[in-house]
Design a protein around this ligand. Structure first.
Ligand SMILES: Nc1ncnc2c1ncn2[C@@H]1O[C@H](COP(=O)(O)OP(=O)(O)OP(=O)(O)O)[C@@H](O)[C@H]1O
Length: 452
C-alpha cells in the first residue's frame, strides 16, 4: 500500500517537473534561466527515478527475506510440534483454551475422588478428557505426580497426556488434558446396574473381551514396572482406572497416586494411598510397598472381572434381613476347594455358553497367585503375561495365609463403590485365614491356553 502511494507521488512529481520545463520553455524561450530551470528539473527527475529504482530493489529484497523467514518459521513450528509429539512433552494450555474446548465445562463425563472429568474438543479437532483437579494440598501433589509420571511414558495401553494447565493462583483448580477414550471405564462393563439406578453407557463385556482386558492391563503394568527408566508404581489399580477404547481394549489411567522409584530400590515406605478393597496387605502391615502391591490390586481386579462383582460387597442375610459385608476372594477360595469354580463366574457370562472351565480356572489361579499374602510369592507382571498368553504353565499357588482386610469397621459405601479414600489404618482390622490352599484341580498344572 505504502509502495503504491510512493510510486504515485513520484509519478506526480515527475509529471509536475515536466510541466515546469514545458511552461519555462513557453514563457522564457531558450533563455539562460530556461536552461537553468530545465537542468535543475532534469536532475530532480533523475533523482526521483534513482530513488524509485533503489526503493523497489530494497523492497523486493525485504519481501524476499520476510517470506523466507515466514516459511522458515512455519517449518520450525511444524518441526517443534512434531518433536513435542515424538518426545511426549505435554502442552501447557491456557484456561481460556480449555474453557473453549469444553464449551465452558458443560459435558461432565465422570467424577472421581480428586476432581471432575469433562469431554472437550481441541482446536485441531482431537477429542479430549479434561480432568479438573480440585482441592488444595492433595491436589497439588497428585497434579505434580501425575504430570511427571504420564509425561515420561508411551505405551498403547496407557492413557496419553496431551497437556496440563497450572493454577493461576492458590486454591484455583488445575487441569490435566488426556486423550478421550470412548467407552469409559471397566466398572460399567463388568458390574451390573444396581437396583433401579440407571446409568448411561456400559453393558456386559464378553468372556473373551475380559480376557483381553486382563492381558492389556498386565502389559501396561509390566511396562511401568520394568521398561521405564525409573520404576513406576501405579498404586491405584481398579476398574475405574481402566478405560476401554472403541475396540474394548484397555487403557490404564489415573497416575494421581503413582510413585517413581529407582530401578535398584526394591521397596519403599510411603503413606497409605489407594482404594479400599484393592490395597495389598503390606500397606497395612507397613512392610514397605513395591511393584508387587500393584500385582495384588491387579489380582483383585481379575477376580472382579471373573465374578462381575466387587471384591467387597454388601449382601442381605436372608434369615435376619440384615446386611453384611462379603469378601469375594474368600468365596472364590472356598469354591475352588469344592471344585465349583463355575459358581463364582458372572451369571451373565454363564448364559452365553462361551465359557471353558479350564480358562476360568486358569484366570482364577493367576488371580490367586497375584493376591498371595507375601509379596515375594506373587508373580511379576511379565510372568502374569506369560501365564495369560499360555507360554508358561500355571502352577498351584503355594499354601499361604490369606490376609483379609476386614472392612467391617470401615464405611460400607466406599467399599461397595470402589471410591478412593485416604485409608484410616487403626480402623482396619486384619484377619488371617489358615490353610488357604487351592483345590486339587489346580494342583496339577493348568494346561497353557491362549486367549481366543
Ligand atoms: N481419558 C478419559 N476418557 C474418557 N473418560 C474418562 C477419561 N478419564 C476419566 N474418564 C471418566 O471419568 C471418570 C472419573 O475419572 P477420575 O480419574 O477422575 O476418577 P476415578 O478414577 O473414578 O477416581 P479417583 O480419581 O478417585 O481414583 C472415570 O471413571 C471415567 O469414566
Amino acid at each position: 500500500m505504502e509502495d503504491k502511494k510512493a510510486n504515485i507521488i513520484a509519478a506526480i512529481s515527475i509529471l509536475a517537473l515536466v510541466v515546469v520545463i514545458i511552461a519555462a520553455r513557453v514563457s522564457l524561450k531558450l533563455s539562460k534561466t530556461f536552461y537553468l530551470i530545465a537542468g535543475v528539473d532534469i536532475s530532480l527527475i533523475l533523482a526521483v527515478f534513482c530513488f524509485l529504482i533503489i526503493r523497489n530493489r530494497y523492497n523486493r529484497e525485504r519481501n524476499l527475506l520476510v517470506s523466507r523467514f515466514l516459511s522458515e518459521g512455519r517449518e520450525l513450528r511444524t518441526e517443534y510440534s512434531f518433536l513435542r509429539k515424538v518426545a511426549g512433552v505435554p502442552t501447557k494450555f491456557k484456561l481460556e483454551d480449555l474453557e473453549e474446548a469444553t464449551d465452558g465445562f458443560r459435558s461432565l463425563i465422570g467424577k472421581g475422588g480428586s476432581g471432575s472429568v469433562f469431554k472437550g474438543v481441541l482446536k485441531d479437532g482431537s477429542q479430549v478428557a479434561v480432568k479438573r483437579i480440585e482441592g488444595e494440598e492433595k491436589g497439588e501433589r497428585e497434579f505434580r505426580s501425575e504430570v511427571a509420571a504420564i509425561a515420561s511414558v508411551q505405551h498403547k495401553n496407557l492413557v496419553r497426556l496431551y497437556g496440563y494447565s497450572s493454577a493461576i493462583s492458590a486454591n484455583r483448580p488445575r487441569f490435566l488434558v488426556y486423550e478421550y477414550i470412548v467407552n469409559s471405564s471397566l466398572n460399567i462393563w463388568i458390574f451390573p446396574e444396581k437396583g433401579n439406578r440407571r446409568r448411561s453407557g456400559g453393558g456386559c463385556l464378553s468372556w473373551y473381551q475380559r480376557y483381553q482386558v486382563a492381558i492389556d492391563v498386565a502389559k501396561a503394568l509390566a511396562y511401568l514396572h520394568h521398561d521405564c527408566r525409573s520404576k513406576i508404581l501405579h498404586l491405584d489399580v481398579k476398574p475405574e482406572n481402566i478405560l476401554l477404547d472403541e475396540n474394548y481394549r484397555a487403557v490404564v489411567t489415573d497416575f494421581g497416586l503413582s510413585k517413581l522409584i529407582a530401578r535398584d530400590e526394591s521397596k519403599v515406605l510411603t503413606d497409605i494411598r489407594g482404594t479400599r478393597g484393592y490395597l495389598a496387605p503390606e500397606w497395612l502391615l507397613e512392610h514397605g510397598i513395591s511393584e508387587k502391591s500393584d500385582v495384588y490390586s491387579y489380582g483383585i481386579v481379575l477376580l472382579e472381572m471373573i465374578g462381575g462383582r466387587r471384591s467387597i460387597s454388601k449382601v442381605e442375610v436372608k434369615e435376619t434381613r440384615k446386611k453384611k459385608l462379603e469378601y469375594f476372594p474368600r468365596i472364590v477360595n472356598q469354591k475352588m476347594r469344592e471344585r465349583k469354580v463355575m459358581e463364582i463366574v458372572d451369571p451373565r457370562l454363564i448364559e452365553t455358553n462361551e465359557l471353558k472351565e479350564e480358562e476360568v480356572m486358569k484366570l482364577v489361579c493367576v488371580a490367586m497367585w497375584c493376591i498371595q499374602e507375601k509379596s515375594k510369592n506373587r508373580p511379576d507382571m511379565v510372568m502374569v503375561i506369560e501365564m495369560l498368553e499360555g507360554r508358561v504353565p500355571v502352577y498351584e499357588p503355594p499354601d499361604s495365609d490369606v490376609v483379609v482386610v476386614d472392612l467391617l469397621a470401615a464405611d460400607d459405601d466406599a467399599s461397595s463403590t470402589g471410591v478412593r479414600r485416604v485409608v484410616n489404618v487403626p480402623r482396619l482390622q486384619i484377619q488371617r485365614e489358615r490353610n488357604f490352599r487351592l483345590p486339587s484341580i489346580c494342583s496339577s498344572i493348568i494346561s497353557p491356553i491362549s486367549p481366543r
